[in-house]
Design a protein around this ligand. Structure first.
Ligand code: ZN
Length: 311
């Protein structure tokens, strides 16, 4: 038993070889799936490398140890830095070069700010989920979900703003409905039963509906611009499709727990589905930011036709 405990708490295994973790302070130990509290039990295929029962100070300190959350934490910490750097670059180089208006600056700021909030909420959750208090852990989880909604809001606000650049009426209609929908999701997330296992399916349904709602303004936008043959549609619609494709692949990894489902215990530290989901989330948001900059530049190079201003 002593031997087993020592092995499970101090070694990590990669590809059948045993390694020492880079740094394990004496006050943080790692646990197996059987040893962690029930509220942390989410993925039985990740069998080892769990932090648990920690006070806030040690949760923070665990940023620098190798656990099964290390890649999750650092992928979105680097994601946050990426979107922060992109914001600075946009402000000083991209937007001034494109002849951007004050509105362009605001939209670009809102978009990247939402992405940064999403990344930080995720970092917070993966850092503090191992807190000894279940309530604290759950609160961070709620914040993680809220962060995803905020990122979706950032995508919608920027997308709708430029897609309906020449249609003030529909731009307002979609912005208001999207804001209302995201607010409704927030209220659902505040509800205590939202994060229980029983609501797992409901969370997936809400997540898919909020993300899928974007298809409605997209189809409407294609129609308003004269169908799929129109030049702006040809330029921008594939970007929306790629965005949805990445989102769908990311979500499939997230819910299916593939590939660790087929290699239980072997992908505890590297290569698990949640890590793929995290990386695809950064790729997807980066792709969307590039698309927003692209359509913004397009709009400045080709002004709205006279007749469509008040459509
Ligand atoms: Zn996550």
């Amino acid at each position: 038993m002593q031997q087993k405990l020592l092995r499970s708490s101090h070694y990590i295994e990669l590809g059948g070889y045993q390694y020492w973790p880079i740094m394990v302070p004496r006050d943080i130990r790692l646990y197996t799936y059987e040893q962690i509290p029930v509220f942390l039990k989410d993925n039985p295929y990740i069998t080892d490398g769990y932090r648990a029962y920690l006070p806030a100070r040690l949760c923070l300190k665990s940023l620098f140890i190798l656990s099964n959350e290390t890649v999750n934490i650092w992928s979105h910490l680097l994601g946050f830095l990426l979107f922060f750097a992109l914001g600075v670059y946009d402000l000083v180089a991209v937007l001034p070069a494109a002849g951007a208006s004050r509105e362009d600056f605001v939209i670009c700021f809102v978009c990247l700010f939402c992405f940064q909030v999403c990344m930080l909420c995720s970092v917070g959750y993966h850092l503090f989920c191992c807190h000894r208090s279940e309530k604290t852990s759950r609160r961070w989880m709620a914040l993680d979900y809220a962060g995803i909604s905020i990122a979706i809001l950032g995508c919608y606000v920027s997308g709708v703003f430029y897609a309906f650049y020449c249609n003030n009426y529909w731009r307002q209609v979609y912005l208001i409905t999207m804001l209302a929908m995201i607010l409704a999701v927030f209220f659902a997330q505040i509800h205590p039963s939202y994060l229980t296992q029983q609501c797992h399916r409901l969370r997936s349904v809400i997540f898919c509906s909020v993300s899928g709602y974007g298809i409605i303004p997209t189809v409407h936008w294609v129609g308003l611009n004269g169908g799929i043959g129109a030049s702006i549609v040809q330029e921008f619609a594939p970007r929306v499709l790629v965005m949805y494709f990445i989102a769908a692949v990311a979500f499939l990894f997230y819910i299916s727990k593939v590939p660790e489902r087929y290699f239980p215990g072997q992908l505890n530290y590297l290569g698990s589905s949640h890590q793929v989901w995290h990386i695809l989330a950064v790729v997807m948001l980066y792709w969307w930011h590039q698309s927003v900059v692209y359509i913004m530049q397009y709009r400045h190079s080709k002004p709205c036709p006279e007749y469509s201003v008040d459509l």
